[in-house]
Design a protein around this ligand. Structure first.
Ligand SMILES: CC(C)(COP(=O)(O)OP(=O)(O)OC[C@H]1O[C@@H](n2cnc3c(N)ncnc32)[C@H](O)[C@@H]1OP(=O)(O)O)[C@@H](O)C(=O)NCCC(=O)NCCS
Length: 232
């Protein structure tokens, strides 16, 4: 992948903990938990202690962006049943990223997403894996960057104490779509759930006079089932 220049990228380890925690706090700023989850004191030490991996970008010796990949996950955070996947598939989650406010808009989050997808594939190359992420409907930058990297919305669930989150799954193969599309407002959770329950996927950000919205697309099997159900 091509990284923005003048930066040094490297895996992060336990000595980087204070810089990660400080950047996490700066990146969240005034955003509430409806947009970004503030991590508890055990989260980053747990990741660096073996529950996952972290990668960072440095300008000089200053950490300006990091991304977390987590493969030891709580039982409650398991999208496999809703996707019909067996327990033998390992869950690997893109579990948070932060970019220094002054460094935003330079493609660093996109680079972090691509980096972690590649890292997950390389680390677990002999294991079937599900790469996923959660993203707040209100966090447009987050979900639109995930969509640009081939993640699609597969569910809207309540996470982190009752806040809505998209469950977004990395699609490694091109979807079998028939071109049917509906454009939905991210704030319309019931409307999105209605289509998601029929197998539609949120796959593209649409920006027009209606604001920022999401194109949901129908996979062929869902359409066939719907057509069959409508027949007398
Ligand atoms: C979300 C975050 C990581 C984005 O970082 P970033 O490096 O600025 O993002 P990138 O430069 O890779 O992506 C920029 C893209 O997002 C879009 N974008 C950024 N902010 C946006 C916003 N508020 N609304 C709509 N689009 C936005 C840009 O238009 C750009 O897309 P384009 O290249 O097609 O124009 C950063 O804002 C951040 O650290 N936020 C706080 C923590 C957070 O929300 N983390 C993610 C969830 S854990």
């Amino acid at each position: 992948m091509s990284h923005p220049q003048t930066l040094t990228w490297r895996p992060l380890g336990p000595p980087d903990l204070p810089a990660i925690e400080a950047l996490h706090r700066r990146a969240i700023g005034a955003a509430g938990p409806d947009v970004v989850k503030p991590e508890g004191p055990d989260f980053f030490p747990g990741i660096l202690g073996g529950r996952g991996k972290a990668v960072g970008a440095f300008e000089g010796d200053h950490l300006i962006a990091y991304g977390i990949l987590q493969h030891v996950l709580p039982d409650a955070d398991d999208p496999r049943p809703l996707l019909g996947l067996p327990d033998s598939v390992l869950r690997v989650k893109l579990a948070g990223a932060s970019v220094e406010p002054e460094a935003r808009g330079r493609g660093l989050q996109r680079a972090l997403i691509e980096e972690r997808v590649a890292l997950a594939r390389a680390t677990f190359k002999d294991t079937p894996i599900l790469i996923y992420a959660t993203s707040a409907p209100a966090n447009v930058a987050s979900w639109s960057n995930l969509m640009a990297a081939n993640f699609t919305v597969r569910a809207v669930k309540l996470y982190y104490g009752g806040y809505p989150r998209y469950v977004m799954v990395h699609e490694s193969v091109t979807q079998d779509l028939d071109g049917s599309e509906v454009i939905l407002d991210p704030a319309d959770l019931d409307g999105q759930r209605h289509f998601l329950a029929q197998g539609w996927r949120g796959s593209k950000m649409v920006r027009d006079q209606g604001g920022v919205r999401i194109a949901y697309t129908a996979p062929r099997p869902a359409l066939r089932a719907a057509a069959a159900a409508e027949r007398p």
